[in-house]
Write a new protein. Sequence first.
Length: 351
Amino acid sequence: MKNPAFHNSFQLNGVSFSSEEELLTFSKTINDSIYQFLSDWFNANDFVIVQTSGSTGKPKPILLKKEFMINSAKATGAFFDLEENTVALLCLSTDYIAGKMMLVRALILGWKLDMVATTSKVEIVKNYDFSAMVPMQLRNSLDELNKIKKLIVGGGVVANDLIEAIQNKSTEVFATYGMTETITHIAVKKLNNVILSDSEKSTYKALPNVQLSQDNRNCLVIDASKVSSEKIITNDVVRLISETEFEWLGRYDNVINSGGIKLHPEKIEEKLSKIITNRFFVIGIPDERLGEKLILVIEGEKNNVISNEVKNLSGLSRYEAPKEVYFVDEFIETGTKKIQRKKTLAKILPH
C-alpha cells in the first residue's frame, strides 16, 4: 500500500501543514504518543501496531492494516455526515485506538482537529462539529456539551441517569459498539433527541458493510470485510434482531451462574443505576450453596441507606438482588478508564 498522505485541509491545533515532515516536527511539540503514531502512519509499512485497552484481559499489541483504518474513517465520515473542514475535538488518549482514529479521520477527511488534555472533565472552549468521549468525560462535561453538535461515546456503558441528563441537550449523542479489532465502532445507537420505543432504545444498528450473526454461545459474530480480513468472534452476548441490529446483553465471561440461573451483570447494573449515582458493578463470587452468588461493589464510603434501597428495589427479580453490598474507596482501572472488576474485587476479597 502507498503511504497514506493527508488531506490538504487538515489542521492540528489551528496549524496547517505542507508536508509529512512538517507535521511530524509539529507533533513532537504536542506529545510523544502523537509523534510516534504519526511516524508509524507515514512509514512504508501497510500496517500499524496498536494496544488493546485491557478491559477484558491483558493488554496486547495487535496489527491493523492502514487500508482498514482509512475505510473505518471514511465510514464514520459518511454515516455522521462529517465532510471536509469538520471542526473536531480530540480529548481521548492517542495511546489507544479511539484516540488514534480521531487523528486518522482528521488526516483522511480533512478536518480541523483540536487536541486537548485527556482529563475526566473536558474543557470545551469553542464550538465543535464532532467529538468522542468516554462516559465519565460526558458526565463531567454536561455544562458545556451544547458546544458540540455530534458526540460518540464509547469505552463503557452510558448509565440511565446520564442518558436522562442529555435529553435536553442540543448535542446529538450516540453510544458506540466496537473494539480495537474492529478499528473502533461498527454499530451505534442514538441516545437522545429521538422518540424510540423501549425495545428500540436498547438496540445497536450496524454501519454500512457490516453483517452480524451469533455463535453457539449467543455471542456476536462480526463480518466487516472493510475493516477486518476475518470474521470477529466476540465474547458479547446479544439478542440478534437482524443481521444489522442487536441488543447487547453483556459479556460472556461476566455471566453469573447462580443456582442454575444465568445472570447478566450489565442488565442488572442498568436497573440499579436508577438509585445508585456512584460508580458500581455487580459480580459473582464462589458460594457453596449457589455455585456463585451475586454481590454489589460500590465506589465510595459505606452508605447503609443505599444498601437498604438496593435490597428493596422493585424491578429486580429475587435472583438479581445482590446478596451482599461492598464499598471500596477507589476502583482499579485500565489506561482507558474502564473498571477492572476482578482486580477491584481482589481488594475486597483477597484470596
